[in-house]
Design a protein around this ligand. Structure first.
Ligand code: GUN
Length: 281
């Protein structure tokens, strides 16, 4: 039976530290602010944005929400971002993805001042991650690394397999594990013999976006399994990418959904926001 890696517990420890850092900035007369933009009525995005605002409140960061209607034009969105780039109350700008299909996401990401890009999605920050400079951390992968560290799971020398090649999770996850001297493989929908690849993993990260995608036969005995998924199964219940009930019997460590990776993603966003404010001291 696997030991649970509790993201809420790791998150609480990290947020306590962040709260102290914000208080130290406040004592110097500096307020910390995060602007959160949401466009349209995506219900999952609404939940994420509310949790991000709650996280800000918890550690003393001011959050400024901009909820824009679905029909917002790209020009209007870029104009708001331009305003926020020049607003000294705002240390970080987060534009919740996905955006409505008439808006080009990459153009929006490119318009955020890299100094305020607390998602670390701008090509400037992506480039820095590639060369191992983590001024701004990629939130979800960095949260996973914190969880592994908390549970004393060492990455060095391990065979690490990531399923999923997204810019938000898969690619930066591979970079972080490589920096920690893991031997890293990225698998995806076109990978031939996927189960054979994943079965060799000492550390398996599932970032597929499909409920119950990773089954026990795809996992090595004693593997560490990290589930990035946030899906609804046929019964409408929140679940990850990993078939938890059967995989937990085989793994040595596993993250649950909810309460695993999710809370850490927001905590690392807060870390980036605090870092942004600390840079101006
Ligand atoms: N949509 C899903 N995950 C994320 C994230 O980490 N940041 C933003 N901005 N949008 C997302």
């Amino acid at each position: 039976m696997a030991e649970l890696m509790n993201g809420k517990e790791v998150s609480a420890a990290k947020r306590a530290e962040l709260k102290e850092r914000v208080a130290a900035l406040n004592e110097k007369g500096i307020q910390v602010g995060l602007a959160v933009i949401i466009v349209g009525n995506n219900s999952a995005s609404r939940v994420y944005v509310n949790n991000k605002k709650k996280g800000c409140e918890e550690i003393g960061v001011n959050s400024y929400e901009y909820a824009l209607p679905e029909e917002t034009t790209q020009a209007q969105l870029l104009s708001l971002i331009d305003e926020l780039n020049n607003d000294s109350r705002v240390n970080g700008i987060l534009c919740q993805l996905p955006l409505p299909s008439h808006i080009d996401e990459q153009s929006v990401i490119n318009s955020i001042n890299p100094e305020k890009d607390v998602d670390a999605f701008h090509p400037f920050n992506v480039g820095h991650i590639m060369i191992g400079d983590y001024t701004y951390l990629p939130c979800t992968p960095a949260g996973i690394m914190e969880i592994l560290k908390y549970y004393n799971v060492s990455v060095a020398g391990k065979r690490c397999v990531v399923i999923g090649r997204s810019n938000i999770v898969g690619k930066p996850m591979a970079m972080l594990m490589l920096k920690e001297n893991g031997t890293v493989e990225i698998c995806h929908s076109r990978t031939a013999g996927l189960a054979e690849e994943t079965s060799r993993a000492d550390i398996l990260v599932a970032a597929v976006g499909k409920a119950d995608f990773v089954t026990a036969d795809m996992v090595k005995d004693g593997a560490v399994v990290v589930d990035v998924g946030m899906n609804r199964n046929a019964e409408g219940k929140l679940c990850g990418d990993v078939c938890f009930d059967e995989v937990e019997k085989k793994a040595s460590y596993i993250t649950p959904v909810p309460g695993g990776v999710g809370p850490m993603t927001i905590t690392m966003l807060l870390e980036n926001t605090v870092r942004s404010a600390e840079k101006i001291v």
